[in-house]
Write a new protein. Sequence first.
Length: 199
Amino acid sequence: METNVCVICNKEFPRPAHRPKALTCGVACNNQRQNDLRREKTKEKYGTAKLRCPYCKKWFVRRSYKGGFDQQYCSVQCQQRNAGRQYARRKRETNPHWAWQSRVRYHMGGNWAKAIERADGKCEKCGEPINGKFYVHHRDGSGETESPNHDLANLWAVHPKCHTKIHEINFRVVNGELFVLGEIFEMMNVNEVKVLRPQ
């Protein structure tokens, strides 16, 4: 019986009658051979030069299934994120207040800007004028939860100093008992505190 030599594993195998010019001994070697041929064609067509992604700054090699010569980013995610950044830059060039207007329209369901207008330039906690930076605080503390309450009555425009005091909680242990102190308890009229243990 005539035999051929596999070009992948170099083993002799019986020459099939229906494939007398067979180069591989089985499916696994044939798949490996086809993959090697695809890699060589990709290298010949697109080269092996590494490019730098303009978004994440990582080095990558062009792939045929990712755009070939037109591939400029290492992944589709970087391409989409960079497109969003360029869109925002173009918007700011034509309208400097675009970011503010977008935030006014959509942030906290539009109540973020309404809370600022209601404050009229003054901190709603201490009454002092707000110069520069300010915060919009959730009265019920739901701002950092999965379902925050963005109702206008639940929002409070305060300056950074008061916002820090609101979130500042101190505790002391006296005779084996834990005492919790903080302005947030007085603001919310809380007299008792329950301990939530992780499940």
